[in-house]
Design a protein around this ligand. Sequence first.
Ligand SMILES: C[S@@+](CC[C@H](N)C(=O)[O-])C[C@H]1O[C@@H](n2cnc3c(N)ncnc32)[C@H](O)[C@@H]1O
Length: 281
Amino acid sequence: MTQDAGGCSRKRKRRNRWKPETASTELSTTTAPGVTNSTVKQPPSASTGFKSSPKPSSFLEKMKAKLSGGHFRMLNEKLYTCSGDEAFKYFKEDPSLFDMYHTGYQEQMSRWPEQPVNIIMKWLKDHKSSLIVADFGCGDARLAKGVKNKVFSLDLVSNDPSVIACDMSNTPLDSLSIDVSVFCLSLMGTNFPSFLQEAHRVLKPSGWLLIAEVKSRFNPNNGGADPDRFSQAVCDLGFTSVSKDFSNKMFILIYFRKKAKNNSSKEIKWPELKPCMYKRR
Ligand SMILES: C[S@@+](CC[C@H](N)C(=O)[O-])C[C@H]1O[C@@H](n2cnc3c(N)ncnc32)[C@H](O)[C@@H]1O
């Protein structure tokens, strides 16, 4: 799975199956049930200096990686194409799917030169630590672990006592209780406007709304949403746009503040946010 800034996924690259061999190659074998794990020394191929078949353990590892990559892509697609409520019920039935999704997600993120969660962490460190934060779609709750602030970490499944399991369109947080609402790559459900509506409900007046999203979802030349239309819709919900940062190749950052009063009752025209799918490598 690879992801680029232009279009979420990029085409499969052919890789050289053959690897140069060192003088003595150590193969760590994958253990079958009842078989003791062992290390096998394999002689180098005298003629070519290259092995003619993949290492057995690396073959099995590759098969495992392909399977888990497939599961990740399926779960990722599910999250982008159903409502938050449906996703909540889906993961409640089998919470182990959540770990499967996050293993693939972390693999994916390890390829990004910079992770948006770290930028949001830095933003919080540059502001008062007394600000109360709600992290909508917190994943492994990295944000809460990296700052001094009180953080309410919200996600579909809670593997950590500090994480509140809920659909983020319907959180147990009190109205007007939060200073900073964060959505870091988490506007995934088809009903994403209700996630933002919930963030608005829990924020105090002048509270911050920090959004980081995959850049290609906001590229109108590639079927993505018009970022200005998106910002306008968020403003119509009751926010003021403060800043936009499109400088990163992988993600965009848009920051808003909640208006003290929102007198607008006009119907909000939300742009569609296209799912971010990952193709097979
Ligand atoms: C792409 S991950 C990002 C995780 C984290 N914010 C980060 O930056 O590392 C998106 C997260 O949003 C969560 N999510 C998606 N829809 C949700 C919903 N309706 N309610 C709560 N969490 C949701 C997913 O379970 C997933 O953990």
